[in-house]
Design a protein around this ligand. Sequence first.
Ligand code: AHG
Ligand code: MN
Ligand code: MN
Ligand code: MN
Length: 339
Amino acid sequence: MNKKRTSLTQYLVEKQRTDKALPPELRLLIEIVSRACKTISHHVSKGALGGVLGSLGTENIQGEVQKKLDVISNEYLLEANEWGGHLAAMASEEMEAIYLIPNRYPKGEYLLLFDPLDGSSNIDVNVSIGTIFSVIKAPADASGRDICEADFMQPGHTQVAAGYAIYGPQTMLVLTVGEGVVGFTLDREMGSWVLTHEDLTIPEQTSEFAINMSNTRHWEKPVNRYIDECLAGTEGPRGKNFNMRWIASMVADVHRLIIRGGVFMYPWDARDPNKPGKLRLMYEANPMSFLVEQAGGMSTNGRTRIMDIQPQGLHERVSVVMGSKEEVERVTRYHLEAD
Ligand code: AHG
Ligand code: MN
Ligand code: MN
Ligand code: MN
């Protein structure tokens, strides 16, 4: 008989029985999000055959040209999650305002935030992309009133679940509910998520960094110091050679470091000095930080723990340094020494 396969549902039902007792409503929410990711994966894999490539000519709140798949993915996540009764509201990279659950549906106690399609610049060139999601609880006093944006302004350490789907050679779902990090691989024939990575942990040491080197002349000095030392290799102060990767899909660059270690950096740069960084705190940096910390890694903005940052706005950006603990500690130390 084939090896016993654990499904996403079984994993979550068993988490309901641990001392942290995953709430059934949260289990159902995660299952619905995972089903929406299956739908997105199906459309992503059709590419040109499905008419999902290319841009719409519209701009989102970020000032980015929206790809067709940005909007298609966003709509799938809204449609899948609005009727289930688990959510009070949603927020997305692709929508300026929060999305209230329509009055015809019951409201729940959770708030869902997502980047429906991460790595949009890779869609038309067939490079791995993904979906990132974050779950927080609606404030207790919100049950009798409409949710407002202020209810979403919770630091990352309040998250109760976070994960991403990566649409690559395999479609995988990587998830944490606060008890470690697990990975599921989509069995397309059965249409089910199968547990394939039971305890994802990030090695504390690494020789691999991910950063967009074209921004070198725009970085703060501590970033230049760290990267120069990596590039100096065995002759330099690190005494070892480093490898570099940059896929330009955060999901893919972070998935790699969760699987084999590494440090991922998107630091502040002088191209747009008023922006603290390119990546968005609420639906990119926070969920990825929850996963990275649960896998034994570390995540800061160069100076402070990302999950301790008190958000001021739904689409605020943040500088990101995350991954193997030893490297993130070093980059952070260089920033603090320079201050
Ligand atoms: P999104 O496609 O959701 O807007 O996110 C893109 C982000 C992130 O996925 C990636 O790490 C980064 O942009 C790449 O930025 P550069 O193109 O500047 O390298
Ligand atoms: Mn975008
Ligand atoms: Mn993104
Ligand atoms: Mn996106």
